[in-house]
Design a protein around this ligand. Structure first.
Ligand code: FPP
Length: 257
């Protein structure tokens, strides 16, 4: 497998004025992304869908770079949903292969840049080579502190809530908690995201205005940003546009100004 020599510290690459408009003290702490539009991007170019997913992988690299450059602390990306198993077997294999390739190519650099790789989802149901690579990535990077990269794989928001409910029910059956002790805080701790704060910003490229079973619990007060740009074209400039939009919002969390 080819090794990559990408250097994730690109601060000298300020590309244009939009960087200067960003208020570094008002960045979202946690950004979630639905990486959508790979297939349409490829189709519009007369290319196989796999090429779209591969270009999408480059966008993921670029999103990680930007987070490292400007200091976003958590990036959560939707790479494979529990519903994606409905796709043709060939496409599923391509996506699993890309996951494997992504870790193989990027892990050393991610580790060097202090990125902690985590996953959300029923990982044990993925193909064995992918599970092996994921575990390797998690173990190697477990102590890193600069950025948490959460990759949602075989992930569904409803499944996550069901899994949390099961774990809590087990604790109750074992007599370790009482039903009346179950509150939002306790429930949240049993989600795949555990103690991580909820996303501040959710980005959905490719124009769809739906949530697609993503982080259902966690996005209660997340700011939503949609753009018609397909994920393979969603590079740093597009990311910065999303951040500027976020910085123009007033968050009230149900309260008043
Ligand atoms: C949705 O686009 C995208 C996916 C289902 C896969 C996302 C995967 C990647 C960006 C690359 C792989 C990276 C890792 C870490 C595995 P779509 O295919 O639904 O696009 P469409 O709606 O235009 O058909």
């Amino acid at each position: 497998m080819m090794k990559n020599n990408i250097n994730y510290t690109f601060s000298q690459n300020k590309q244009n004025d939009s960087w200067d408009k960003m208020e570094m003290s008002r960045l979202p702490y946690h950004v979630a992304i639905i990486m959508d539009g790979n297939g349409r991007w490829a189709q519009e170019r007369g290319l196989p869908r796999a090429r779209g997913h591969r270009a999408g992988m480059e966008s993921l690299r670029s999103a990680v770079e930007l987070c490292l450059e400007i200091g976003i602390k958590i990036l959560t990306v939707y790479a494979f949903s529990t519903e994606n198993w409905k796709r043709p077997q060939e496409e599923i294999s391509i996506l699993m292969g890309l996951l494997y390739e992504y870790i193989q190519k990027e892990l050393d650099e991610l580790h060097k840049e202090q990125v902690k790789v985590r996953t959300l989802g029923r990982i044990s149901e993925l193909p064995a080579p992918a599970v092996y690579e994921i575990k390797r990535a998690q173990e190697l990077t477990s102590k890193n502190k600069k950025l948490i990269l959460n990759i949602a794989l075989n992930y569904g928001g409803r499944t996550e809530i069901v899994d949390a409910a099961r774990r809590i029910a087990q604790l109750a059956v074992q007599g370790k908690i009482l039903p009346e002790e179950i509150d939002e805080e306790l429930f949240q701790k049993h989600l795949y995201t555990g103690d991580l704060p909820d996303p501040d910003l959710l980005i959905r490229p490719a124009g769809e205005l739906r949530i697609s079973n993503y982080l259902l619990w966690q996005i209660a007060y997340t700011e939503f940003y949609s753009t018609s740009t397909y994920w393979p074209d969603f590079r740093k400039e597009e990311f910065i546009k999303a951040l500027l939009s976020y910085q123009g919002r007033q968050r009230r969390f149900g309260g008043l100004k």
